[in-house]
Write a protein that binds this ligand. Structure first.
Ligand SMILES: Nc1ncnc2c1ncn2[C@@H]1O[C@H](COP(=O)(O)OP(=O)(O)OP(=O)(O)O)[C@@H](O)[C@H]1O
Ligand SMILES: [Mg+2]
Length: 240
């Protein structure tokens, strides 16, 4: 079974007993202590916690950007990490399974907005026409299509972030990890982005984790995780 088939029955994201320490000896700091979490396909969960509590570190572990020390990560029932990565080629893992929205929009400066979104579907083997159409549709949904031909340095911070969000969604990844995606956006656009993420979750059964400090969007999550002193706590809330 491939990841998509399995995800119908298994939690799309499952984390068991994951820990991460930076540094060694006396300067060692354990940022994540025995973390357990589960996110279903189609679910959007919030991840909160004070600055420095390890939110980005946790997303980077799940996104195969950095290595956890121990623990287990499974996507759709497929074990990706079990005290070590199962798959040698983590680029392919990131490209095919994970949409990462970083805390800052890392875009490719010599490409225009459309190219920044279209190149991932192209890497996945889509035709130029399909990839550009996908990029155009996403830029339109994110209200930045009027800047489609602009180079990155000509875009405002919020426009760059919306292009970066479009890029993360371009391959319909089953797992979307969003690190403060709405921080550089005004409140109306922040709500648009959250609506789009919820639509993505429903349409493609993606499992989405959103790190946020944004008081306006916190009420939109049915389920929240909060990191405090390295420990992850789960909270349920009444969502709108
Ligand atoms: N590569 C690294 N080497 C050493 N320490 C690190 C490294 N990356 C992160 N840290 C430390 O781990 C802790 C958690 O950092 P992290 O970036 O995950 O926090 P955060 O919750 O995302 O904070 P913020 O809300 O400010 O983005 C911090 O104390 C940070 O300094
Ligand atoms: Mg962070």
């Amino acid at each position: 079974m491939n990841v998509e088939q399995q995800s119908a029955t298994m939690p799309a994201i499952q984390v068991e007993n994951l820990s991460k320490t930076f540094g060694k000896g006396e300067s060692a700091v354990t940022v994540l202590k025995d973390i357990n979490m589960q996110v279903a396909g189609g679910e959007v969960v919030g991840l909160l916690g004070p600055s420095g509590s390890g939110k980005t570190t946790l997303l980077q572990c799940l996104g195969a950007v950095i290595d956890p020390d121990v623990g287990r990560i499974t996507f759709g029932g497929e074990t990706l990490f079990n005290d070590g990565w199962k798959q040698q080629d983590r680029r392919a893992l990131r490209r095919d399974h994970i949409g990462f929205i970083f805390q800052r929009p890392y875009l490719i400066p010599f490409m225009d907005a459309t190219e920044n979104v279209a190149f991932l579907p192209m890497l996945q083997g889509k035709s130029n026409k399909q990839a550009y159409q996908r990029a155009h549709d996403l830029l339109e949904l994110l209200d930045v299509a009027h800047r489609a031909d602009a180079h990155i340095e000509q875009l405002s911070g919020g426009e760059q972030q919306r292009v970066a969000i479009a890029r993360a969604l371009a391959n319909n990844p089953p797992v979307i990890l969003a690190d403060e995606p709405t921080a550089p956006l005004d409140s109306q656009r922040a709500l648009t982005v959250m609506k789009l993420l919820h639509e993505m979750a429903q349409k493609s059964s993606a499992a989405i984790i959103v790190v946020t400090h944004d008081e306006n969007i916190i009420p939109l999550f049915k389920r929240l995780y909060r990191l405090r002193d390295g420990i992850l706590h789960e909270e349920l809330q009444q969502a709108d």
